[in-house]
Design a binder for this molecule. Structure first.
Ligand SMILES: NC(=O)C1=CN([C@@H]2O[C@H](COP(=O)(O)OP(=O)(O)OC[C@H]3O[C@@H](n4cnc5c(N)ncnc54)[C@H](O)[C@@H]3O)[C@@H](O)[C@H]2O)C=CC1
Ligand SMILES: O=C(O)C(=O)COP(=O)(O)O
Length: 582
């Protein structure tokens, strides 16, 4: 491993921010990254400069397309400073191992309050009245409104924003009804919301109708001419979620025909709208109160989302787990602490396997090839056996197994793409949970990696020919390897290690130490690992002798030359020797 020159400073990760993000989060980034805030870039300009960046932070305006993601060869994370990720090609990001994070709660209250603001504005003609007065008119009789108290508010999508709207509208004395196939009936009941089995049931009852779902296949165009036709002519529609869920042409016709009384719209199919388009004509309609996607635009919400995503970007760039990745499993905060040190340990176990165990295999690789198939068992013991998700550990193993053998593009393995990468490389990992009590061993959790090698003949595998095992545990946040193959060890998997398998007799340590000394290699730490079970007999000079084998694990201060390692083997009872860098 090349030793950095004195004074060498590694380049800081580069972050591109093409939209306006609150400075609160940017302050956090400044300490450990280089930030380029370049607003108003065209898609072509963005495509040209993206290869330079490790992270991209956007709001709703930047279209993070498959083409952009593929061009971002260094990209590790796309952070959406807000909720909706419909402007990000999440599927492509997943394939490429790019983590997509958002801020799922930071702007919820802002979006809900904006919905209430639009509802009141539509009910009392606030926009029209303001424009009329500014134009020098005094039109009190034309601008008579309606009250919301005692009226029925229908909510489609009783998630975070929808529920907040329900609670706020409840405070205004409205009757609340909703449709959401995944809503929790107890939470709905506690907010005085009556759930209905379909949107159709809500439509004829609603005085105000508001949508709070994501834009997905099942919600696209969910309010069209047929739905508008069964609403009351006095009904008013609100949309602070996403354009595309209401058919804009159908709404414009219904407003013009006065079969719908009004609409409050914050989001549109095209943002900003094209001049002379249906969207522009809808916005211009006198019964519409429109705002330019301002739902999340409050000082408070922008501070929240900026801090939230910038903190997550820092975590990801440091190789840690994000809080709210869109394309990775949700990790409960209380489980995060248990998982974190084991992610590092399992990665090291994978690297140790590839560098130490697999080198004695006939093909030397951890996957399946024309001749051999390796199946890995990752067994979680103690506190690890009770986790809701172990995906970070699975990902850590794939990453560790490939770290020293993958090509330049192959090392970007993470929680997002680990399963895909394992599949592509023919690596089979079976995860299981052991109920064994590990407390008596002095630690709360441990993890065992077993690698079973069999001949691969077509689709089916033959009987196991070799089995290797590495077991590790964590104590005071430090990872330890407890078992390496047939040996009982206790070493920290870090740095450069020389691992020798030898007959456990006097003189070995002195012999290896002097050879290393001659090669200018210092030993920092040493441990001897005995066999886990008994000894063995062998043919020695004086006939059949009985002697135990042992592993000698030496942490050295620099890589050991190949010739020095090979020179140890066969001398003074040293049977095998390998150098691993962890
Ligand atoms: N205008 C703005 O500036 C803002 C807009 N938003 C948008 O608001 C929307 C809601 O956000 P959250 O409440 O945070 O999301 P959420 O995920 O908490 O809630 C969405 C709800 O929609 C429900 N749902 C999904 N498919 C449905 C269907 N076919 N029919 C009925 N219900 C369905 C889900 O079960 C879920 O309860 C998103 O589209 C988000 O992008 C959020 C913040 C600001
Ligand atoms: O969070 C959301 O889903 C929003 O729509 C907010 O979008 P914005 O960040 O204001 O461009």
């Amino acid at each position: 491993m090349p030793i950095p020159a004195p004074g060498f400073q590694p380049a800081l990760p580069k972050i591109l921010i093409p939209e306006k993000i609150s400075p609160d989060g940017i302050e956090i980034l400044k300490k450990s990254t280089t930030i380029h805030q370049k607003h108003g870039l065209s898609p072509e300009e963005l495509l040209r400069i993206i290869p330079d960046y490790d992270a991209l932070i956007v709001r709703s305006e930047t279209k993070v397309t498959a083409e952009l993601l593929r061009a971002g060869k260094k990209l590790k994370v796309v952070a959406r400073a807000g909720v909706g990720v419909d402007n990000v090609d999440v599927a492509t990001a997943t394939t490429l191992g790019v983590i997509v994070v958002n801020s799922p709660v930071g702007n919820i209250n802002a979006a809900a309050e904006h919905t209430i603001a639009l509802m009141m504005a539509v009910a009392r003609n606030v926009g029209d009245a303001c424009a009329s007065l500014k134009a020098g008119k005094w039109e009190r009789s034309r601008l008579v409104g309606v009250e919301v108290k005692g009226k029925t508010l229908a909510i489609v999508g009783l998630g975070k924003v929808g529920l907040t709207v329900a609670r706020q509208a409840g405070g205004l004395g409205m009757n609340l009804i909703a449709y959401d196939p995944y809503a929790n009936p107890n939470i709905a009941a506690a907010a005085n919301v009556t759930l209905y089995p379909s949107i159709k049931d809500l439509l004829p009852l609603a005085d105000f109708f508001t949508i709070h779902t994501p834009l997905i296949a099942s919600t696209k165009g969910m309010i069209g001419a047929a739905e508008l036709a069964i609403m009351k002519p006095t009904a008013r529609l609100l949309n602070v979620a996403r354009g595309g869920m209401i058919d804009e042409a159908a709404l414009l016709s219904a407003l013009s025909a006065q079969t719908i009384a009004g609409a409050g719209l914050d989001v549109f199919t095209s943002e900003p709208p094209q001049p002379d388009s249906v969207t522009s004509r809808l916005i211009a309609h006198p019964a519409v109160v429109a705002t330019p996607h301002l739902g999340a635009s409050t000082v408070e919400a922008q501070e929240n989302v900026s801090l939230d995503v910038c903190e997550q970007v820092i975590l990801i760039l440091a190789g840690q787990l994000p809080r709210s990745a869109v394309n990775a499993p949700f990790i409960l905060p209380e489980e995060y602490g248990t998982l974190k040190p084991f992610v590092g340990l399992v990665e090291k176990m994978g690297t140790l396997y590839t560098q130490h165990c697999a080198r004695y295999r006939r093909d030397g690789l951890p996957g399946t090839n024309a001749h051999f198939r390796t199946t890995f068992d990752l067994i979680y013991e103690g506190a690890l056996a009770n986790l809701n998700t172990t995906k970070p550990l699975f990902a850590a193993l794939v990453k560790g197994l490939l770290a020293t053998i993958a090509g330049p593009d192959g090392t970007n393995v993470n929680i997002v793409n680990a399963e895909l990468v394992a599949k592509e490389r023919g690596i089979t990992i079976n995860e299981s949970r052991s109920r064994e009590n590990v407390d008596e061993k002095g630690y709360a959790a441990s993890v065992t990696l077993k690698a079973r090698l069999s001949r691969s003949s077509g689709a089916s595998a033959d009987a196991t020919e070799e089995e290797q095992e590495i077991q590790g545990f964590v104590s005071a946040n430090t990872p330890y390897i407890r078992t390496l193959d047939r040996f009982s060890t206790n070493f920290v998997p870090a740095g450069t290690l020389l691992i020798c398998r030898n007959f456990d007799s006097v003189g070995k340590i002195g012999f290896v130490g002097s050879r290393l000394g001659k090669a200018g290699v210092n030993i920092r730490y040493m441990s001897v690992a005995p066999l886990r079970t008994g000894g063995k007999t062998f043919e020695g000079n004086g006939g059949v002798e009985s002697e135990n084998e042992a592993l000698m694990i030496l942490e050295v201060d620099r890589p050991v030359e190949d010739a020095v390692v090979k020179g140890l083997i066969g001398e003074e009872g040293v049977l095998e020797a390998s150098v691993v860098t962890l």
